[in-house]
Design a protein around this ligand. Structure first.
Ligand code: NDP
Length: 227
């Protein structure tokens, strides 16, 4: 049976990833800041173990690594993320919030992938997936605004591209995937896609990956996106 570790599994896309993988018979290692209060996650059925994880807290990461021991992780799903200043113009930009966003959206995923690299190496599938955003594509940046979130996701793509090179000798495939604008707390109620649809599509892309895809930036349909 394959296993997936999901960060931010208590709501939004992370919760839906947990639901779908568990329904498909995977062993799900569902991580979130406060599992005791993650009622929707607790209600899911299947082979799900729940762990406390604040991706910005080294102690919390250390506790997770210890709890997992030698357990293999087939897919590490770096999903947790923040968008602290939505629809933010140039004049509204808050540098402190930008720094906090960079910590959660860029540094934390890389740190976690590094700390769990041995567990991923011990698995059959050996995949690291970062949930990125189409708004990260520099080629697609025809407008200004939302500097913090967009530049963080661009930096996330860059770090995953570099990580793909570092983890290639271990046979690990590293891919950032854009799920599309989705109705979650972050995406808002008017986004075009449901979480069920976006997660179904991203899971399809993950299932179809091969090692030659490592280091690419892919859409929810598996098409390469321009950097
Ligand atoms: P939500 O705001 O609904 O959920 C964000 C998740 O990240 C929550 O589970 C939250 O936990 C978790 N999280 C935030 N900070 C931390 C932290 N320090 N430690 C652990 N968990 C944390 O967002 P979405 O589900 O929409 O987004 C999931 C991912 O998809 C993000 O990376 C986002 O950038 C990306 N994405 C989303 C799009 C959309 O339209 N929805 C489009 C493109 C990309 P808590 O409940 O504790 O705050």
């Amino acid at each position: 049976m394959s296993s997936v570790l999901i960060t931010g599994a208590n709501r939004g896309l992370g919760l839906e990833f947990a639901r779908q993988y568990a329904a498909d018979g995977w062993r799900v290692i569902a991580c979130c800041r406060d599992p005791q209060r993650a009622h929707a996650l607790q209600a899911l059925k299947g082979d799900i173990e729940r762990h406390a994880l604040d991706v910005n807290d080294n102690l919390s990461i250390g506790n997770l690594v210890t709890a997992l021991g030698m357990a293999p992780i087939d897919v590490l799903l770096l999903n947790a993320g923040v968008h602290l200043q939505k629809d933010c113009s140039l004049d509204e930009l808050n540098a402190d919030l930008w720094m906090r966003e960079f910590q959660t959206n860029v540094i934390a995923p890389l740190v976690l992938a590094r700390r769990l690299a041995d567990n991923i190496t011990r698995s059959d599938l050996r995949r690291v997936i970062a949930i990125s955003s189409g708004s990260a594509s520099i080629a697609g940046m025809k407008s200004g605004g939302n500097y913090a979130y967009r530049s963080c996701k661009t930096a996330l793509n860059a770090t995953m591209h570099m990580l793909a090179a570092d983890l290639a000798p271990r046979g690990i495939t590293v891919v950032p995937i854009a799920p599309g604008h989705t109705r979650t707390d972050m995406g808002g109620a008017t986004a075009p896609y449901s979480a069920e649809d976006s997660v179904t599509r991203v899971r399809g892309v993950i299932a179809g990956l091969s090692f030659k895809d490592s280091g690419n930036f892919l859409s929810r349909d598996g098409a390469p996106l321009p950097w």
